[in-house]
Design a protein around this ligand. Structure first.
Ligand code: GDP
Ligand code: MG
Length: 439
């Protein structure tokens, strides 16, 4: 999708006459690209109108950077669509917060349950899991295995076949034991769809969740919208987790699902491992959807500054990007000029630093560099995977740098984003014709 939109924009800037007809053509091409990325047609048409309104072609001053303006309009509109500006659920410490998961079989509920429990556990909550999927054989075993690996207490039954009973008993027991996060996993398949929805409503009534989360698979495309709507009608949910965003899916369906149900995405699943979950950030989600991140522009800028970049440039050319490369980049960014300008060129960073002024931004940079400096040489020269394999490394680095595990995670996410970009650079794109110029 990003490639297609970029090439539409590039065509416009390449054509010698920047007339209104070329502009119309370009908007049409962008809209087609969005539709083929599974964004709902009605949404796309709304988007088309807002872009036209935002970029009033006739009134643009001749010297305006039309390309940038159009890119920004597309970006802002998409961000607006996935950001419903609803306050996310905040569990209360010292209280039992019940979170119930719903979604179709295979969406990633059981996996995401464990990820979320671990996420809260790492933040000092006493978390546990209840398996109320009595429909699928082996469902309890799967949850048990996940939970055991993550050292999370769990509840389930091999003999009780009524999921409502298991859910009620499990939640009751964990409430008594003063667990703070009680996550209830449910079944996603029945002989009849209505049975599934009835069961959900009954479990909701039995455990009275403080939050219900719908899990949606990013790879289901256009179906995401109707699926989310059907669940919303049957058993209201207050948040969405999108899984499998690490796959080839364009993710447009997720945008449609959010827009249709006016429900915020809270997390995204980025892999099968327990730590492969990130807080949802509208700007970086849309950046990824659009294939943005101006790695090429950043490289040119860096080169023009004649900073000592030999290693990093060589690494990027080879498709490698170590944590130390990130550290060097962060340090250079400080020298490169106002963060408000530079940050936007770097995928991920612009999102992290939104709403920060240049002073806050440079404080943030310093903290990130400090995190790197608290790593061992082995960690610094690695691809960052060892932190995923041994999460205690994060705790140690956080302590050493006087920051938090969340900030270390954030830095590693930033690293992954840039390493991914480096891989793409190596993947042979052709700067002349295929510049990922969003930013
Ligand atoms: P459930 O039926 O909704 O409980 O789904 P599961 O949690 O059992 O997940 C179904 C499959 O999707 C499993 O093979 C998971 O490993 C996989 N899965 C779940 N989340 C992700 C994700 O974010 N990325 C990838 N690549 N796979 C995922
Ligand atoms: Mg399951």
């Amino acid at each position: 999708l990003g490639r297609r939109i970029n090439s539409a924009v590039n065509d416009l800037t390449r054509s010698s006459t920047l007339d209104e007809k070329a502009f119309e053509e370009m908007i049409k091409e962008i809209c087609n690209a969005l539709i083929s990325a599974d964004v709902n047609i009605k949404l796309v048409s709304t988007l088309r109108n807002s872009i036209k309104k935002t970029v009033n072609f006739k009134e643009l001053p001749p010297a305006a950077n039309k390309k940038r303006l159009i890119q920004k309009a597309v970006f802002d509109e998409l961000v607006r669509l996935v950001d419903p500006h609803a306050e996310p659920f905040k569990p209360k410490k010292g209280k039992s917060n019940v979170i119930m998961f719903v979604g179709l079989q295979g969406a990633g509920k059981t996996t995401s349950c464990t990820k979320l429990a671990r996420w809260y556990q790492a933040r000092g909550f006493k978390a546990c899991l209840v398996c109320a999927d009595t429909f699928r054989a082996g469902a309890f075993d799967q949850l048990k295995q996940n939970a055991t690996k993550a050292k999370i207490p769990y509840y389930g039954s091999l003999t009780q076949t009524d999921p409502v009973v298991v859910a009620r008993e499990g939640v009751e027991q964990f409430r008594k034991e003063r667990f703070e996060i009680i996550i209830v996993d449910t079944s996603g398949r029945h002989r009849q769809e209505q049975d599934l929805f009835d069961e959900m409503v009954q479990i909701q009534a039995a455990v009275k969740p403080d939050q219900t989360i719908m899990v949606l698979d990013a790879t289901i495309g256009q179906q995401a919208e109707s699926q989310a709507q059907a669940f919303k009608d049957a058993a209201d949910f207050g948040a969405i987790i999108i899984t499998k965003t690490d796959g080839a899916a364009a993710g447009g369906g997720a945008i449609s699902a959010v827009a249709a149900t006016h429900t915020p995405i809270v997390f995204i699943g980025t892999g099968e491992h327990m730590l492969d979950m990130e807080r949802f950030a509208p700007q970086s989600f849309v950046s990824k959807l659009l294939g943005m991140g101006d790695m090429q522009g950043l490289m040119e800028h860096v080169q023009s500054l004649k900073l000592d970049q030999k290693d990093t440039m060589k690494h990027i050319a080879e498709g490698v990007f170590t944590v130390r490369d990130l550290r060097d980049q962060l340090q250079n960014i400080g020298k490169m000029g106002p963060l408000s300008k530079i940050g936007g060129m770097i995928p991920g960073l612009s999102n992290m630093m939104q709403n920060m002024d240049d002073e806050d931004g440079s404080m943030k940079l310093k903290r990130m560099i400090c995190i790197c400096d608290s790593m061992t040489l082995k960690e610094l020269d690695s691809d960052g995977k060892m932190f995923v394999e041994q999460p205690t490394r994060m705790t140690r680095v956080a302590r050493g740098s006087g920051t938090s595990v969340r900030e270390v995670e954030e830095l590693l996410t930033q690293h992954r984003t840039m390493a991914g970009m480096a891989k793409n650079v190596k993947g042979g794109y052709h700067p002349k014709h295929d510049t990922p110029a969003f930013g």
